[in-house]
Design a protein around this ligand. Structure first.
Ligand SMILES: [Zn+2]
Length: 211
């Protein structure tokens, strides 16, 4: 990020080999190996919270890729979206379905400030803008993740983070939303809640050291 190599610097200063990976890759590694997607060959781990990230694990190994951006679906563009992203591009997945983006969507439509938890509660009570906000999440998530499945075609997708915790992402309706944008007529991919809770990233980081 700043032209320095943190891993090499840490190794030198600590006198031991340091291995680094971002939170989404650590999360994906842990959930694919010990957690919800244990036993699946190709696993995508998503972090959907204040930002949107992801990591890919194949046969128990993280796929970092040529640039170290393997799995970073949060900065794919969503057609029809144009809001600027901190990365310098526009219409990124993160600008649409991250928690703050959904709260902004609700605020702009309703004139009211509410956090995601409150929006979910209001949607359950039938409040129209709250319902619209969650439908927006469902549709855009379907669109964004279908693009990922078209390329990687993972056996399982584990979804972490505050947005990933929402039950609506694991429903038949959301599966249909994915299907509307998928090359295959049927969606067979498993969408799984994490099994390791908030500790998944820490487990994954520890696994870097033993792997
Ligand atoms: Zn971006």
């Amino acid at each position: 990020m700043n032209g320095r190599f943190l891993g090499a610097d840490l190794s030198r200063l600590l006198g031991v080999e340091a291995r680094l990976a971002n939170d989404a890759n650590c999360f994906a590694l842990a959930e694919a190996t010990l957690g919800a997607a244990k036993g699946r060959r190709v696993v995508m781990g998503l972090i959907m919270g204040t930002g949107v990230g992801g990591g890919i694990v194949v046969d128990g190994k993280v796929i970092n890729g040529c640039h170290g951006i393997g799995g970073e679906w949060g900065h794919n563009p969503i057609p029809g979206e144009s809001r600027p992203c901190y990365c310098g591009r526009t219409g990124c997945v993160e600008t649409v379905i991250a928690g703050p983006s959904l709260e902004r969507f609700y605020r702009e439509k309703s004139g009211q400030q509410a956090d995601l938890r409150t929006i979910v509660k209001r949607a359950a009570e039938g409040e129209s803008v709250a319902v619209e906000t969650l439908e927006h999440l469902r549709t855009r998530f379907g669109q964004a993740i279908a693009a990922v499945i078209n390329i990687l075609d993972p056996d399982a997708i584990v979804i972490g983070g505050g947005v990933g915790n929402l039950d609506l992402l694991y429903t038949a309706e959301t599966r249909q939303a994915v299907g509307r944008f998928l090359f295959n007529p049927e969606v067979k991919t498993e969408f799984l809640k994490p099994a390791l809770g908030d500790s998944a990233g820490v487990f994954g980081a520890a696994m870097l050291a033993v792997g």
